[in-house]
Design a protein around this ligand. Sequence first.
Ligand code: FAD
Length: 432
Amino acid sequence: MRTTKDAVVIGGGLAGLAAATYLGRAGRSVALIEKAHAPGGRAVTQQSHGFSLNLGAHALYRGSAAEEVLRELGVRYTGAPPPASGALAFDRGAFHTLPSGALSLLTTGLFGVAAKIEMARVLGSLAAMSPAPLASVPVSTWLRDTFRTPEVRRLVGMLVRLTTYCADEGRQSAGAALAQLQLAFSHGVLYLDGGWQTLVDGLRDAATAAGVEILTGVRATQVAVEGGAVSFVELANGDRLGADAVVVAASPRAAASLVPGSPALAAHAERAVPVRAACLDLALSRLPRPRVRVVLGIDRPLYLTLHSASARLAPEGGALLHAVQYGPELAGRDAERELEALLDRAQPGYSAAIVERRFLPSLVVSNAVVAAEGGGAAARPGVSVPEVDGLFLAGDWVGPTGMLADASLASARDAAGALLARSARRALDRAA
Ligand SMILES: Cc1cc2nc3c(=O)[nH]c(=O)nc-3n(C[C@H](O)[C@H](O)[C@H](O)COP(=O)(O)OP(=O)(O)OC[C@H]3O[C@@H](n4cnc5c(N)ncnc54)[C@H](O)[C@@H]3O)c2cc1C
């Protein structure tokens, strides 16, 4: 056994870095284990020829739990909201004005008269709807029962995809989706200058300053449990790290394989249905049609966004575009062709300007759809694993708060809080 730590955190994405920082700041000795050669997980940004490429289109939700945690940990970032103009809807092979306000609603060719009247009402009423009673209702049922015209149903469905990244309408909780829509409408989002790597770097610096020992390029293979409590973490290089407590900040499947004796973790892994997307990330030396900045698929789960129109992600004159096909029916090569076809229509001649091109056929956007079955986010696993003393979880599939990075960072804070509460209880017990 090399050393013993108060806490070992497995996974160096946003969740692991944040949990480790909270623990380090509370005076605990902490080691963070990351199997990749650098921390960051799905929030890393690739730098290429002066362009910053996130892993697919990433937007930070303002007013969210994520922002709160980043503020608490002193992580600084700059960025800008998406462009207010230049958004098109793409429906049955044709572009239309995207109805976002009264004028565009009147002029769009996307809707007939009945849908225009209904949409005017919906735009004003979404903010007042209550998510809680919809927690156990699938998005598909909510759309069918709430909106009368098929055009409005499809448009609200598109907004749900845009804000949750999830096209699994039969599974996703309408309550969770509506809460995310309301967050987006009330506070907006930010595209970050330099990409999400700024968050990773800020969290890594905060962790290091808090005394966290960050070990990269080494995989944890097992969390050993003795007498019902965590005992040590075994690493792929043969080392063992003694641990009074462990936070697993990785996927449900990784958690289950790290602690094979835990039926609860096995059940979470079995139940979790990942949210996936196919992403075509493009760095262009110039943009054929600078005024086309966003395209939102209505009849198809497609999204095209020019992040460099808002954030510093491209050198002067260049453009950074993300094209996305939302799961669940990702079709590999067909998805790539569909995204290329959309780009050919929206930005004709773009391929002559490619500086960097990256197609990622099946990215895990979230480890688990927030499912209606069971009751939405409240039904996700808690941060403490009751059957193993000293074992905690963090990630986008854990805890009752938010989705995507919000869930990762909120559960990281909660996991650190639960771990510290446990050690305070034990100190009291020892003193008694
Ligand atoms: C295409 C795409 C678009 C997205 N868009 C948005 C968005 O717009 N807004 C938003 O809020 N979120 C978005 N997200 C989600 C966001 O990126 C994630 O929520 C967040 O980065 C997850 O952080 P995490 O730490 O929970 O998980 P991860 O980043 O997955 O980190 C887990 C880490 O654990 C490590 N690990 C796993 N097993 C082991 C082991 N045995 N030993 C050691 N290390 C291990 C992995 O290498 C990884 O680094 C998007 C994601 C994708 C893919």
